[in-house]
Structures are given as C-alpha cells and as structure tokens.
Design a protein around this ligand. Sequence first.
Ligand code: SAH
Length: 358
Amino acid sequence: MDHQAILIEKLSEEGMLTREEFHELIEGRTPESAEHLFSLARNRAKEVFGNKVYLRGIIEFSNYCRCDCRYCGIRRSDEHAERYRMSPEEIISCAALGHEVGFRTFVLQSGEDLWYTDEILCDIIRELKKRFPDSAVTLSIGEKSRTSFEKYYEAGADRYLLRHETASPSLYRKLHPEPQTLLNRVRCLWDLKDIGYQVGAGMMIDAPGQTTDDLVNDLFFLKELEPDMIGIGPFLPHKETPFRDEPEGSTELTLFMLGVLRLMFPKALLPATTALGTADPRGREKGILAGANVVMPNLSPVENRKKYLLYDNKICLSDDALMCAGCMSGRIHGLGYEVEIGRGDAPRLWKKGTAPAK
Ligand code: SAH
C-alpha cells in the first residue's frame, strides 16, 4: 500500500490522525486516493444511515444582519443588498407549504436581525411545534446569549446550526472584523451543546487565507466538540464584499474533506451544501457519494431567494418548494438512495424501533 492508502486505512479504523498525518493526507491527495477515501466514507455512512438521505427545508427569513463578515453577501455594510424580513405569519405559512410537500425539518436561517426579539422567535417556534408536532425546528440565526438559547430550547427548538467558520484565531480575525470573536462563537457552540440542542458546526473550504494547517485545526476542534452536524462548503466570492476578487473554493477539496469528516464522524449529519451545488452542478450528488447524507432544499418564497445571496450565482432561485423537493428527490433516487420521510434526528437520539424524538 502507498502512504496515502495507509493514512486512509488508519483514519477509517481509528477515526483520527495526528496533525502531521492529516497534513500529509490532505496535501498529498490524488484522484486515486480520493476515490479510495470516498468508497470507505460512503460505506461508513451506509452502515449508520442505510441508503437514506435526509431532507431539510430551509427558510431564509431575513437578510438584515448586524455582522460584517467579509465573505458574506448580506453583511451589514453591503449597501446594494436589498433587505427583506418575513413576518411570523409568512414564516409559518412557508413551513406549512413545506410540510405539505413532505418536509419534517424546518431550518430557520437569517442574518443576525434584532427585529426578531426572543419573544417573537419563541412565538414562531411554539407555533411551528404546535402546528407540526412531527417536525423538528432548527435555528441558524447566529450568536446569542446563553439565556436566549435556553428560551428557544424551552419553546421547542430542537437543533442549532452555527458554523465555527475557522478554529484558527488569526484566520477568524481576517474573515470577521471586531467585535466578532472566535471566543464567543465557540462559547455559543458549547452552550448550545450543554443546553441539549443537536448542534451543527462547520467551516468554508478555501476561505481567503485558509491553509492546510487551518483545516487541520478545524478537524481537531471538531473532534473536541463532537457536533451532531457538520456543514462545509466551498468559499464562493460575492461581488459586493471585500473578498470579491478572491478565488472560488475547490469542489474537489470540499469533497475530500467530506470524506475525511465521514471517517472521523460516522454518525454525523453531513449536508451536501447549496454552495457545493453552486460550485459544481453535480456537487451535491458528488457530496453524497463522498459520504454526505443530508440535503437542504430551499423553502423560501421565490421573491426572497434572489435577495438572500451569501455568494454569487446561487442555485435554485426560481424553483418553488414543490419543485425543489421534487428535484432533490430525483437527484437522490438517481444515485440509488432513498429520501428519509422523518425528522432525521442524530443517531444518538434514536430509540429502538421508534421514530426518533427529542
Ligand atoms: N447568520 C447565521 C447564518 C449564516 S449563513 C450565522 O451566523 O450562523 C450560513 C453559512 O453560510 C455561514 O456560516 C458561512 O459559513 C456560509 N457562507 C457565508 N458566506 C459565504 C460565501 N461567500 N461562500 C460560501 N459560504 C458562505
């Protein structure tokens, strides 16, 4: 066996490598070693999840944001972004439409928009859980105080996605101006976990300035946090941000990192992200074949979609919820996988013979 094959076998058996080994694995990758990695990663996903892929409906309910992340197309100082915010009623009816076409997880994502007070957010969460008791509610609304996280959890929120973005303090600073800090981002993740949420972290691949060492830092951070979900996707430039001229992230490296993550975290929920599908028309399919097991079609009203642009050329801007659900199911079936018709909780919450519940 060559050195790459030895590293991949070790990762598959032990779920971990040393820093040096990760570095060698990532830097020394070849199309052949990637195929080797993907076939082990795919099999590992099948051992845990069978041939099921989980669907989540994402509702991008506001693009107002108080943050100024240098990569993001809805950052505060982007004056060209046309801002919108959905009312609680609009959010609920959007979820109702999604429920009708079969979604059982609603991901509420937005910029950090303080128009939605904790009270308003809790009302939305409670209403969703009352109307759709068979469904999970996932929040992806940025950094909050522990008290706020506790309130949303009490109101019924099940999961929270908050990518750590990078575990390297210096890169974090390059990507995010003051007052955002890696320390607070990480504090949020540990609070969320402690409160009882199913937690998602993650990072962009090839973010401007990111090195292999930074990616290895991310892997070590993730091993410590042990999140239930890990979202990764290529960095994609947006024309109104300071990173407009930075190169697009590599699909190939993103896929490779998905394979690495699957072998490190056999039970993690790993989405094949929209950014991956934007970088490559078959990116999401390739993601599933590299070990991902979740896709997150868009449920947002079509008129808002073109305003929630974190990066340029985002896909699925004109399809409605039904079309998105149909398109994704078709793609999943095309790969020989089935769509899971349930909430699709993290394996640690599965109960023998019953539908997983919180
Ligand atoms: N405000 C929420 C939601 C952020 S958007 C929060 O802070 O969590 C979701 C994710 O999109 C981000 O975490 C980031 O990793 C990713 N993203 C943002 N801009 C991007 C870009 N230009 N290219 C690729 N991914 C991007």
